[in-house]
Design a protein around this ligand. Structure first.
Ligand SMILES: [Ca+2]
Ligand SMILES: [Ca+2]
Length: 344
């Protein structure tokens, strides 16, 4: 079984639109410094940790980042300082190469990260009672970039690591059409620990009630599976659907977001839709001292009803007929662009 990032097309802008002017370092008051951030794991192709719109929001493992009393860099001392089984995992882990190199040579993970951050920040900036807990992205690379039968195994390890590091929400914009007992097991573990997983429904225009796409279609109540919408709030033809196994839908056509090397560009598909839902769910825990509800069918329905809006065009194609909207103003741009890749 092969899991690979769910990408329909990528365009990179040659010039940089000012996408996230509102994005800047958090102004956290002294009294709020002890507030635990909301850790959102992004299991994907890596992440551009230095991108101007992402760098302030990257997770730091306090025991593996910075200098020790001898002045040694904890992230490069070759020692597993926090004894979690991973050497020098300052920001996350790369399970494709089994090291701490989170560089995103594909671009997919960086694009997903930008959508999550933009959605989170745009929502909390509009509501006074939100944003008291800051967000931190935990990049975890599962994708080797090769058509090998290893991506499910790296996914299982990535899910386990995300839970171990305290993620409250996990974005998984990937999947495949076969099940895995080991994946089921780790997802059940996530459920018992109250961790929510937002998973892409897949990009083959299929009914995944009939032909399951996993992990979206496992049916656990902590998995929110997401279809992709166009600007008219209809599922794009490529989006998988299913009134039992797809929960909600979100924008997924020509979404502008961050790309490696401080660039921006568009991508389309259920991957992007998934990231909007992840960003919205993270806001649900952003009040001080709050955490996400314990996963159940009822709590999922209630949370998504608060975060989204009813969309009757989704009736019969999703479980909840709810749409999560892009909260930021949709960018329009006339920049020249060129296609670097088309797949799926
Ligand atoms: Ca470690
Ligand atoms: Ca170390």
């Amino acid at each position: 079984m092969i899991y690979r990032p769910l990408c329909i097309s990528i365009f990179i802008f040659l010039t940089l639109p000012s996408l996230c002017q509102s994005v800047g370092p958090p102004s956290i008051k002294k009294s709020q410094r002890s507030v635990q951030p909301i850790i959102v794991a992004v299991i994907d192709t890596g992440m551009d940790l230095e991108h101007r719109d992402l760098k302030n929001w990257i997770f730091k493992n306090s025991k593996e980042c910075g200098l020790n009393e001898k002045g040694e860099d904890l992230s490069q001392n070759g020692i597993d300082d926090d004894q979690n089984g991973y050497i020098d995992d300052c920001h996350g882990w790369n399970f494709a190469d089994n090291n701490n190199d989170l560089q995103d040579v594909n671009g997919h993970g960086t694009h997903i990260a930008g959508i999550i951050i933009r959605q989170f920040l745009s929502i909390v900036s509009q509501k006074k009672n939100l944003g008291q807990r800051p967000i931190r992205l935990l990049p975890i690379r599962y994708f080797s970039g090769k058509e090998e039968n290893t991506n499910v195994e790296t996914t299982v390890l990535a899910l386990k690591y995300a839970i171990q590091m305290g993620a409250e929400v996990i974005n998984y914009s990937s999947g495949g059409y076969s099940q895995s007992a080991r994946e089921r097991s780790i997802l059940q573990s996530a459920h018992s620990k109250g961790v929510w997983i937002v998973a892409a429904a897949g990009n083959h225009g299929m009914n995944i009630d009939l032909q399951g796409f996993y992990p979206a279609a496992y049916g656990y109540t902590n998995i929110i599976s997401v279809g992709a919408l166009d600007a008219n709030h209809q599922l794009i033809p490529e989006s998988n659907y299913g009134k039992h196994r797809v929960d909600v839908a979100a924008p997924g056509l020509e979404i502008v977001s961050t790309l490696p090397n401080d660039q921006y560009g568009t991508m389309s598909g259920t991957s992007q839709a998934t990231a909007f839902v992840t960003g919205s769910i993270a806001t649900h825990a952003s009040r001080k001292s709050l955490s996400l509800p314990k996963p159940s069918l009822q709590s999922a329905r209630q949370m998504l009803a608060i975060l989204g809006q009813r969309n009757y065009q989704l009736f019969g194609k999703t479980a909840f007929s709810i749409e999560i909207k892009d909260n930021a103003a949709r960018m329009t741009t006339s920049q020249d662009h060129y296609s670097i890749k088309e797949n799926n």
